[in-house]
Design a binder for this molecule. Structure first.
Ligand SMILES: NC(=O)c1ccc[n+]([C@@H]2O[C@H](COP(=O)([O-])OP(=O)(O)OC[C@H]3O[C@@H](n4cnc5c(N)ncnc54)[C@H](O)[C@@H]3O)[C@@H](O)[C@H]2O)c1
Length: 260
């Protein structure tokens, strides 16, 4: 893990990070906890969420199990325990299939996790943020929040929706001290991508190194996967005083992928 570069003090602040058991979410939770925030880890499995919370530096952390794909899980997000000063909407998953074969229930589930859950959590957190005159919302979008690829209809449409939600939040919160921004990673070295590498190696009958080199890194100018802590450092920057005037933005960290 790289040393933090952004000067950030979140002492006395509460952060809620979804999908924080693993990958980018865990890196964000570690970075925010390291800056002094009390972090609520929200993830599918309650035990795993509690274990992740227990592994963070500092104190005041908690882990909560919520299935963000289910209507009951979404409804539970109205609870005050999910009201944050810093909200990182990160939980996500991927499913790849042509539209005519794309399972409709998966399309709904992916929209619930990637778009409806952020809406519910923003809705729960804004009153606390407005009362404090300060709040930071960081939405982990994707290069696929800006451009499309075939076979990812659920994911691409939900991430594009998240971009719009983030901008509306920025418009409503701007005068009340609340910023909302997206981060748009290319391929990041996380369990989500490691699974895709293994799947694609099988599908194409090639080695995993070749999948990374010839498929994932074909378009980026920088020929390596992004690391989770690089994404977390942008999240930290967006929470810092230096970023107080940045809102409604989308920060691409994709090695140049969406520039060609
Ligand atoms: N890894 C990448 O290359 C990449 C690129 C661009 C964007 N992203 C985005 O970054 C975010 C994090 O991805 P990651 O790569 O760290 O993945 P990951 O699989 O390592 O972590 C995702 C986390 O979300 C949780 N989650 C999934 N479904 C959930 C549900 N129904 N309810 C609650 N929690 C649930 C998982 O349990 C897991 O802990 C996602 O939104 C993803 O779309 C990832």
């Amino acid at each position: 893990m790289n040393a933090p570069i952004v000067n950030l003090d979140l002492s006395g602040k509460k952060a809620v990070v979804t999908g924080a058991v693993s990958g980018i979410g865990l890196a964000c939770a570690q970075r925010l906890a390291g800056a002094g925030a009390a972090v609520t880890v929200v993830d599918l499995d309650a035990d795993a969420a509690r274990a992740a919370a227990g592994s963070l530096p500092g104190s005041g952390h908690e882990g909560v199990g919520v299935d963000l794909s289910s209507p009951a899980g979404l409804d539970s997000l109205a609870d005050e325990r999910f009201a944050a000063d810093v909200l990182v909407n990160n939980a996500g998953f991927q499913r790849v299939a042509p539209i005519e074969e794309y399972p409709t229930e998966v399309f709904t589930a992916i929209h619930n996790v990637l778009l409806h859950a952020p809406f519910r959590l923003i809705r729960t957190s804004l009153p606390r943020m407005y009362a404090a005159g300060w709040g930071r919302i960081v939405n982990i979008s994707s290069a696929h929040g800006l451009v499309a690829s075939p076979y990812k209809s659920g994911y691409v449409s939900a991430k594009h929706g998240l971009e719009g939600l983030s901008k509306v939040t920025a418009m409503e919160g701007g005068a009340k001290g609340v910023t909302s921004n997206c981060i748009n990673p290319g391929y990041v070295r996380t369990p989500l991508v490691e699974k895709q590498i293994a799947d694609q190696a099988k599908t194409h009958g090639i080695g995993e190194d070749e999948v990374v080199e010839k498929i994932m890194l074909l378009r980026p100018a920088i020929k390596r996967l992004v690391e989770p802590d690089e994404v977390a450092e942008i999240a930290a920057f967006l929470c810092s005083d230096a970023a107080a005037s940045i809102t409604g933005s989308a920060y691409r960290i994709d090695g140049g992928w969406t520039s060609n």
